[in-house]
Design a protein around this ligand. Structure first.
Ligand SMILES: [Zn+2]
Length: 289
């Protein structure tokens, strides 16, 4: 089962959030019929989305994260709601690129550069908070390190890994290491030295290491303190018919009348889960009242 834990290392000077996301990324792959390349790209985005979403305080808050470079995959989007419920999609799910020379999936090539990361935090108030930074490599992890540094003034380390082939997701996970304001040079250099020799998270998870063990390996601190009470991360869509009704109403009566001249129904599809909502003539006429 997928898990997310938050813990503190070096007596609270370093915070680490870790996730194993194999099941939710596999669900995204099946839902959108993704290729290995687009599974890796969306999988990394969903994994960082959950790591960021772990900071949500209540069910009125949500994050919408968009990565849009100039590569063939197009727009990549995820929305994470309170309780680690995440949904997401990529614009062109069928993109498949050859492996890079080092044998890794070419996520950077699929996402491209010359673009932006947008993070919109909706706190249930009128004006959502928006953070924007340019894409660095399109490999997702590096791009979010820059996002945290520039938009949040928060030095961090991000590692995201998705092991996938044509048969499905073998393992997926990630971690976000954040330095607390009281992290001193000694802690920082010990952490840096340690991070240089840490194996990829996807291979640690594939060997069935627990998140607690990985937290110790990543930080180099064998006395980590695990914070209690995290939800189970899940790939799940919260769409419903009413939401699409509101969308149709917002088109205006004239537009709806025009549609009824040529068609006797409107079919809408949820980008996030592929669910179809069909509105027949009677339904549409009711919306116009
Ligand atoms: Zn949906």
């Amino acid at each position: 089962m997928d898990r997310l834990i938050r813990c503190l290392a070096y007596g609270g000077k370093v915070s680490v959030t870790l996730i194993s996301s194999s099941e939710l990324v596999e669900k995204a792959r099946v839902t959108h019929d993704l290729t290995p390349t687009t599974t890796a790209a969306l999988g990394r985005l969903l994994t960082i989305g959950e790591l960021i979403g772990a900071g949500l305080k209540n069910d009125k808050e949500s994050f919408t994260i968009q990565v849009k470079g100039d590569g063939p995959i197009g727009n990549c989007v995820c929305v994470v709601n309170y309780g680690l419920k995440i949904k997401g999609y990529v614009q062109n799910p069928l993109v498949e690129l050859p492996l890079k020379e080092n044998g890794k999936i070419d996520v950077g090539g699929a996402v491209g550069r010359n673009g932006f990361i947008n993070v919109i935090k909706d706190m249930g108030m009128k004006e959502p908070y928006v953070g924007v930074t340019p894409i660095v490599t399109g490999e997702i992890a590096e791009d979010f390190v820059r996002f945290f540094a520039e938009s949040e003034q928060q030095p961090s380390v991000v590692s995201l890994g998705v092991l996938v082939d044509k048969d499905g997701v073998k393992s997926s996970g990630g971690y976000l290491v954040t330095l607390m304001p009281d992290a001193d040079e000694d802690v920082i250099s010990r952490l840096e030295e340690n991070l240089n020799k840490v194996p990829p998270i996807s291979s640690m998870l594939e060997k069935n290491a627990s998140l607690e063990e990985i937290a110790e390996i990543v930080t180099g601190d064998s006395n980590i303190f695990v914070l209690e009470g995290e939800d189970v991360p899940k790939f799940v869509c919260d769409c419903n018919r009413e939401r699409f009704e509101r969308g149709l109403i917002s088109l205006g009566k004239e537009e709806l009348k025009n549609v009824l001249k040529t068609d006797n129904k409107i079919e809408t599809v949820c980008n996030f889960c592929g669910k179809k909502y069909v509105f027949n003539k009677d339904d549409i006429e009711k919306l116009m009242m």
